[in-house]
Design a protein around this ligand. Structure first.
Ligand code: AMP
Ligand code: ZN
Length: 468
């Protein structure tokens, strides 16, 4: 059966096959920057990528799935300046950048597990691949694609004539419009490959390089690690749509200039989760975490089911009402499937095979999960016998990943209307105040928490909290 995906590069659905001799799909997904919890918007993208990997496997492909962990603090703006996110996270919580990276990497992996997102073939940490990044910058330098300014080594985007093609950028206007704020860059679309550490301050993370002590620019890690584990050409590269204009455009420029071959055959992008009509984002506004949903009595799989209900290329608006709707729908699905599981035979009859084919076609049509879910429900209402129904549920759940073969786990509602993020950031601020012996501030924060009915307990292991 034909497998087809929408390719951002061509803006069309294309048939997916592997070139002769390639044993496994060479896949790379941009991973999280670990200076804070992943929000459920980020996780929507990883759920989409999980559906993709499961679908490829269902179609019989092996997948070499690489996901990076951005634990180097790249700078907060796309223009390569601003604050270092990791250092900001460390200052916020009074921890070292290394502790921050470890803590939020573990938290991210725990969230993926709760959402039944399968582990990639390999997680790759940027800090463990500094040499590979330096080597790639050296190649670009030898081939004449770089120049040096007083603060770093930059990629000269004018030397890559196809620069604007991928994101359909209006480069003329972009370059005209941003003469200011360009620093010593020659073109607005040039970007840092290696940044020098400031002379007046020691950075928490910095490395030696042929150009001086510093740290990698924020795009180079993905190209370097993708090439190391999957060679110069990938079959599929994924991320959220926010990466199309800058991050993926720059990954393509540097990779193709270094290797002289296309960087990825397919590019697939997940659309945003929105909250009140705008993108949920780590750096601004409210963001919701899996832990918070659990505190409110949701099973993380309710969120997975919620994500399943909309196509990955459409915006998805989050509200507690719609999440409650997803919870009820998943509960009623369990009511239908629980009595069947255990009776599974095999998919034998023409009618059962027809359901299976229809399902296979739906997921193979650019991951049409809402349609696939509809097929599951129609199949459950059909007159197939229980054994075949159960076999089909188990087969389809290889893609949905809703754990329909396990009893549903209920989560006790611990809080109502409490902002866990706020509580945790107040506790972190109190810790900093205490370390600075600022007792007045630490007491003020304790009172603010008490006013929210939050009781805190300090011990050698740290501070825990509970709702009164
Ligand atoms: P970050 O940790 O910010 O690098 O983001 C990790 C992944 O989440 C990237 O693939 C982003 O494109 C994606 N992402 C960021 N915000 C959202 C959102 N609101 N909805 C869906 N995906 C997002
Ligand atoms: Zn990336």
């Amino acid at each position: 059966m034909a497998l087809q995906f929408y390719n951002t590069a061509s803006r069309k659905k294309e048939l997916f096959t592997l070139p002769e001799g390639v044993p496994a799909v060479r896949m790379y997904c941009c991973g999280p920057t670990v200076y804070h919890f992943a929000h459920i918007g980020n996780l929507r993208t990883y759920i989409f990528e999980d559906f993709l990997v499961r679908t490829l496997k269902y179609y019989g492909f092996k997948v070499n799935h690489i996901v990076n962990i951005t634990d180097v603090g790249h700078l907060t703006s796309d223009a390569d300046d601003g604050d270092d996110k990791m250092e900001k996270g460390a200052a916020r919580e009074g921890k070292s950048v290394w502790d921050i990276a470890k803590f939020y990497t573990d938290a991210f992996m725990a969230d993926c597990k709760r959402l039944n997102i399968q582990e990639p073939t390999r997680w790759t940490r940027a800090t463990e691949h500094i040499q590979e990044q330096i080597d790639l910058v050296k190649t670009l330098e030898e081939k004449g694609f770089t120049y040096r300014t007083s603060d770093g080594i930059y990629f000269d985007s004018l030397k890559f004539p196809r620069y604007a093609d991928f994101a359909r950028l209006d480069v003329e206007n972009l370059r005209k419009g941003s003469r200011i704020d360009m620093g010593e860059k020659k073109n607005a679309t040039d970007f840092a490959l290696w940044k020098f550490s400031p002379t007046d301050k020691k950075r928490a993370m910095e490395w030696d390089s042929p150009w001086g002590v510093g740290f990698p620019g924020w795009h180079i890690e993905c190209s370097a690690m993708a090439m190391k584990y999957n060679g110069p050409t990938l079959d599929i590269h994924c991320g959220g749509t926010d990466h199309i204009r800058v991050h993926h455009t720059n990954e393509i420029a540097q990779s193709e200039c270094a290797n002289g071959v296309p960087f990825s055959r397919f590019w697939m992008h997940g659309e945003f989760l929105r909250l009140d009509g705008s993108k949920m984002s780590k750096s601004s506004g409210e963001f919701l975490t899996v832990s918070l949903l659990m505190e409110k009595g949701f099973n993380p799989l309710d969120y997975r089911y919620f994500a399943l209900g909309s196509h990955y290329r459409n915006y998805l608006n989050f509200s507690y009402e719609s999440l409650e709707g997803a919870r009820e729908a998943l509960k009623s699905l369990h009511k239908k499937t629980d009595p069947l599981i255990g009776k599974a035979t095999s998919i034998e009859s023409e009618k059962a095979k027809a359901f299976q084919n229809e399902f296979c076609e739906a997921i193979g049509d650019d991951l049409n999960m809402p349609r696939a879910l509809g097929i599951l429900n129609t199949m459950l209402k059909s007159d197939l016998d229980d054994g075949e129904k159960a076999a089909l549920v188990l087969d389809m759940d290889k893609i949905f990943g809703l754990k329909l073969d396990e009893p549903r786990e209920e989560f006790e509602k611990k809080i109502d209307g409490v902002d866990v993020e706020k509580i945790e950031s107040l506790i972190a601020a109190r810790k900093v105040a205490r370390e600075n012996k600022n007792w007045a501030e630490s007491d003020r924060i304790r009172d603010e928490l008490a006013a929210m009915n939050v009781m805190i307990k300090d011990s050698k292991e740290g501070t825990t909290w509970e709702i009164k």
